[in-house]
Write a protein that binds this ligand. Structure first.
Ligand code: NAD
Length: 415
């Protein structure tokens, strides 16, 4: 089968490679010429896909900036970004331009599947009318479906094959087409009766995480005030074999999904005059965490009679989570900006992130950076971080990820 993928990012590229590895041909279209060139050269820019894997499927994977290349595809998957505007409202700009460009080359018989995370109603009310500008009728001339992507960057135990795939179609026939397609590469396909239910299921998954992270973060702030070790509390609760699901506190939420998706839901809910107070409160609690982290760093310096201004602070891990190089919405960046505003001299160590252009900083080797700092702070604990070396080398160490739990040292403080 020839599959087209629009948007070769964290979602589109791993999907393209997985489809090629399953024996299909993929034509990927991306508006970023650097990404097209990188895929063509077999140079991966997504951690979950090694360049070796990309090269190995080179004869079945073609990348282009031309939508016309999608003409040969039987199925076209759209995985473009769904970000927020400056006013924190859904920005369907990339999706609208992808839909418009696709309509110009759409042909009879194709199946178009949207995989981007979005509010309920997007596929039916926004994407389908754009595709119908082609003059073809959705549901009869071409099929439309929605199937949320569940990729978890950095995770190796669950991939396309063994993660159940939720699918819904514009019509029962569209659903059957989509189920037939995904069954080629997924062990379990979960059928939903409406596009809106499928769109909402993805938002529920992400809002569920956001709310639970907010709950433990609120508890962490309380524990800090009470002098109780929040990690011990969470570890203890997690020994219950039923009725409790573990979430860890941390410096805040990052990435392209959790800080963004709840706004898609609350924006749509406003139209129905239902306030999503729970969802918004979770966002607020999580957004406050970087401020709390800066306060904790300030207190740690103060205890050594040091002000933030002029102190050399080393940030360990600036990606939004362990194992990836993605810094989008990373709480580390927020913490760094707040510290810089207060006059701190910043450095960072993160082998996954060569540079942070907005702060004119680049990754520093651990040993020299430790030797040069007044305080080090673990914001994102990549697996490779040498925690004993950090405890040994930092004059003061603040750990916001709990990787030092169980260890007591005079220079060590934890969330
Ligand atoms: N990253 C994740 O972990 C994850 C997980 C599940 C779902 N999602 C959702 O999947 C979607 C894509 O996310 P991502 O992380 O892959 O984004 P990304 O920014 O990594 O990749 C999107 C790609 O689309 C390209 N693009 C933008 N506009 C385009 C257009 N008009 N035509 C063609 N290409 C275009 C961009 O250049 C980019 O390469 C989002 O809706 C996101 O919420 C992401």
């Amino acid at each position: 089968m020839i599959v087209g993928i629009v948007g070769l990012g964290y979602v589109g590229l791993p999907l393209a490679v997985a489809l090629c590895e399953a024996g299909h041909e993929v034509v990927g279209v991306d508006t970023d010429p650097r990404r097209v060139a990188a895929v063509t050269a077999g140079a991966s820019y997504v951690e979950d896909v090694s360049s070796e894997r990309l090269i190995a499927v080179g004869d079945r994977l073609a990348a282009s900036s031309q939508y016309a290349e999608l003409a040969a595809a039987e199925v076209v998957i759209i995985s473009v970004p769904t970000p927020l505007t400056r006013n924190r409202e859904p920005d369907l700009g990339p999706l609208v331009s992808a839909g418009t460009a696709l309509a110009a080359v759409l042909r009879r018989g194709q199946l178009v599947v949207l995989e981007s995370t979005t509010f309920p109603g997007t596929t039916r009310e926004r994407l389908t009318p754009l595709l119908e500008e082609s003059g073809l009728a959705a549901g009869s001339d071409f099929a439309v479906a929605y199937s949320p992507e569940r990729v978890d960057p950095g995770r190796t135990d669950y991939g396309l094959r063994n993660t159940p795939k939720v699918v819904a179609g514009l019509t029962p026939a569209c659903l059957e087409r989509a189920v037939e397609f995904y069954a080629l590469v997924c062990d379990e396909v979960v059928r939903l009766s409406t596009l809106e239910a499928a769109e909402l299921s993805k938002l529920l998954e992400n809002v569920f995480r956001s709310v639970n992270i907010a709950l433990v973060n609120e508890l962490a702030v309380l524990c800090d005030r009470m002098g109780v070790d929040v990690w011990e509390v969470v570890d203890a609760a997690a020994t219950k074999p039923y009725g409790f699901m573990r979430f860890n506190p941390g410096p805040g939420m990052g990435g392209h999904c959790l800080p963004v998706d709840p706004f898609y839901l609350s924006w749509r809910a406003r139209e129905f005059e239902i306030p999503t107070a729970f969802v918004e409160l979770a966002g607020e609690v999580n957004q406050r965490m970087p401020y709390f982290c800066v306060e904790k760093i300030t207190r740690a310096l103060n205890d050594r009679s040091k002000p933030v201004r002029g102190s050399r602070i080393l940030v360990l891990g600036v990606a939004y989570k362990a194992g990836v190089g993605d810094t989008r919405e990373s709480p580390a960046l927020k913490i760094m900006h707040l510290l810089a505003e207060r006059g701190a001299e910043l450095a960072y160590h993160d082998e996954h992130v060569p540079e942070v252009a907005e702060l004119a900083l680049s990754h520093q080797p651990l040993d020299t950076a430790l030797a040069d700092c007044d305080l080090a702070v673990i914001v994102t604990a990549h697996a490779e971080l040498d925690v004993p070396a950090v405890i040994e080398g930092a004059p003061i160490l603040v750990d916001f990820r709990g990787v030092t739990r169980g260890i007591e040292a005079p220079n060590l403080l934890r969330l």
